[in-house]
Design a protein around this ligand. Structure first.
Ligand code: TYM
Length: 326
């Protein structure tokens, strides 16, 4: 069956192997979309430079992310997987887009405000222009469907505004990209409060060692309104029960047992760890195999960048002609 003539695009930072939030919030949609849409997925190493200032670490984490995405189901025969800096045309487009983006739009971006607090001693200029580079990522291949978690909604809205701003000045050029969410667009971390995120240290590392997964899950905050195991549980307010809803087919039965105090929080955590370890076992094995084959990963990424060349060349030709650079 031929694919629909709609292009999907998404980017992910090379923060090493992905966590449960990345997978449930975004990656499983990347995998689904590659079946029906022309799909392009990018490991955004230029973006990562805003927080990682260690060349060896960035190179290693870029390969780890590539191996992980393939292990979790991206098929290089069905989608294009590449590294952002291998198609530097994105920087040229980002500059042009900066000239149609008011400073106030980027200053009000929630992620910029968060980052200013998170890395107060490193508020570099890249953090401010970050969402314009993200818009360039999406607009360069003229993608119209963007699978992301909810934390990227503001960036997507800005990408739409930037597309509109360019189109208003220079004529219809870019589609306005739409975010596509999974059924779990915000996965909370093991603290049960904040979004799961590497920088907050509250992740469940799905491709990590089973002992690590067990430790992370067993250390999770559960039902804070249930001091005793004999008290009835509140699955709606317990993040571990919420995670069961996402990964356990029989979650309703589990929730019922919690409400009736037939099971306790530790039982729910033990079961969750077991299920996550079993579910991700094939991906973990493939991930470790791929990491031992760095040339294979590099070939896949090299092919991806090469495949994109005609697409990005055409966009840049059109854009440069419209703005007067050619
Ligand atoms: P990043 O690398 O932080 O996250 C990658 C993807 O995972 C999603 N995600 C989550 N979803 C649900 N719950 C969570 N706890 C959770 N944590 C992460 C993110 O929403 C994202 O979809 N700025 C982007 C990268 C980017 C990009 C792009 C995305 C650069 N250019 C172009 C789309 C299109 C980022 O830092 O994602």
């Amino acid at each position: 069956m031929s694919k629909q003539p709609i292009r999907a695009y998404s980017g992910i930072q090379p923060s090493g192997a992905p966590h449960l939030g990345n997978d449930l919030g975004a990656i499983r949609n990347y995998v689904a979309l590659q079946e029906n849409y022309e799909s392009i997925y990018c490991i955004v190493d230029y973006h990562a430079l805003t927080s990682v200032h260690d060349g060896e670490k960035l190179r290693r984490q870029t390969r780890e992310m590539a191996a992980a995405l393939i292990a979790l189901g991206l098929d290089p025969n069905k989608c294009t997987l590449f590294v952002q800096s291998h198609r530097p045309e994105v920087q040229e487009l980002a500059w042009i887009l900066m000239t149609v983006t008011p400073v106030s739009w980027v200053e009000r971006t929630p992620t910029y405000k968060e980052k200013k607090l998170q890395q107060a001693d490193d508020i570099n200029h890249g953090l401010l222009t970050y969402p314009i580079l993200q818009a360039a990522d999406i607009l360069l291949p003229k993608a119209s469907v963007v699978p992301v978690g909810k934390d990227q909604a503001a960036h997507l809205e800005l990408s739409r505004e930037i597309a509109r701003s360019f189109n208003n000045k220079f004529g219809d050029t870019f589609p306005e990209p739409e975010a596509v969410f999974t059924t779990s667009p915000v996965v909370l971390g093991t603290d049960g409060e904040k979004k799961m995120s590497k920088s907050l240290g509250n992740t469940i590392d799905i491709l990590g060692d089973p002992a690590v997964i067990t430790k992370q899950v067993m250390g999770s905050v559960t039902d804070t309104k249930r001091p005793l195991k004999s008290d009835p549980g509140h699955p709606e307010a317990c993040n571990v029960c919420q995670l069961h809803k996402l990964v356990s087919a029989n979650y309703e039965e589990l929730w019922q047992n919690e409400r009736a105090a037939l099971t306790g929080c530790a039982d729910m955590k033990r079961l969750l760890a077991e299920r996550l370890i079993a579910h991700y076992a094939p991906a973990r094995e493939r991930y470790n195999e791929l990491l031992a084959l760095p040339h294979e990963i590099d070939n896949i990424l090299g092919d991806g960048a090469a495949r994109l060349l005609p697409i990005v060349t055409e966009t840049m030709r059109e854009v440069k002609e419209k703005v007067g650079l050619a």
